[in-house]
Design a protein around this ligand. Structure first.
Ligand code: NDP
Ligand code: 8X3
Length: 247
């Protein structure tokens, strides 16, 4: 049986990925800070789901949590690098530097560190790495500044890994979603559910399950097929063009 390690499985896309991979017969190690969410998921999904609680920014806590996994969950065939966040939508000149640091520490540093840690076993097992980047990696928008920068890192890191891993059999993919209604926009707006509801109102946005279907599809392609990168948007979201400041 294959095992996926899905970071950020307490909510949204990661939680939906856990359900999708379990549904397809995999074992799943699901990570996150919210223990009760992971325990609830374990109660729902059964013994093939293994909670693993840690803050991705704390490498020592991560290493202890991974070392404490039951033996049957220690060999990872697919790493889904999903945990991440945006904090705020202020323009750069008005932004909070601590929020920038948190986004970089979570979306970039922690993702790179976990990938580095798991690469030897992913190579040994000819595994797969699926990264959650974003359309924000490619299309800048006002207030996206550091968030977009972190997601551009994720995309380019995935493509760079593809180059480095040539000949190893390891597959690497950058998934780049647009608007997916999860807790993402609640978190971005400091817990303001109404702001999130307003953001998605009338959009018919993607769901976590829509993206989970894509992640599972990518991970279950035949071993000779690598999906390099995939952009996915709701039909009602599209490209907005340039802004012009007039003096
Ligand atoms: P959610 O807010 O619903 O889920 C985020 C997940 O990341 C949670 O499980 C959370 O777990 C985890 N996480 C965040 N910070 C940490 C941390 N410090 N330590 C451990 N886990 C952490 O958002 P989404 O499901 O929408 O987002 C998942 C990924 O998809 C992110 O990388 C996001 O950038 C990306 N994405 C989202 C889009 C969207 O429109 N929603 C579009 C494009 C990309 P916990 O809080 O329990 O620790
Ligand atoms: C976030 C995607 O479209 O909400 O990664 O900015 S969007």
């Amino acid at each position: 049986m294959k095992t996926a390690l899905i970071t950020g499985a307490t909510s949204g896309i990661g939680e939906a990925c856990a359900r999708a991979f379990i549904g397809a017969g995999w074992q799943v190690v699901g990570t996150g800070r919210r223990t009760e969410r992971l325990e609830r998921l374990a109660a729902e999904l059964g013994e093939r789901f293994q909670p693993c609680v840690y803050d991705v920014r704390d490498e020592a806590a991560r290493d202890s949590a991974l070392a404490a996994l039951p033996q049957a969950f220690r060999g990872i065939d697919c790493l889904v690098n999903n945990a991440g966040l945006a904090l705020g939508s202020a323009k750069a000149q008005d932004a909070d530097l601590d929020a920038w640091r948190t986004m970089i520490d979570t979306n970039v540093t922690a993702l790179a560190s976990l990938t580095h840690k798991l690469l030897p076993q992913l190579i040994e097992r000819r595994g797969a790495i699926v990264m959650l980047s974003s359309v924000a990696a490619t299309y800048p928008y006002t207030g996206g500044n550091i968030y977009g920068g972190t997601k551009a890192f994720v995309r380019q890191f995935a493509l760079g890994l593809r180059s480095d891993l040539a000949g190893t059999g390891v597959r690497v993919t950058s998934i780049e979603p647009g608007m997916v209604e999860t807790e993402f926009t609640v978190v971005r707006n400091g817990g303001d559910q109404a702001a999130s509801d307003n953001f998605y109102a009338g959009v018919n946005p993607l769901t976590g399950a829509d993206i989970a279907d894509v992640v599972l599809w990518v991970a279950t392609q035949p071993p000779h097929v690598n999906i390099n990168a995939l952009e996915v948007m709701p039909v009602n979201q599209s490209f907005a063009g340039f802004q012009v400041a007039r003096e």
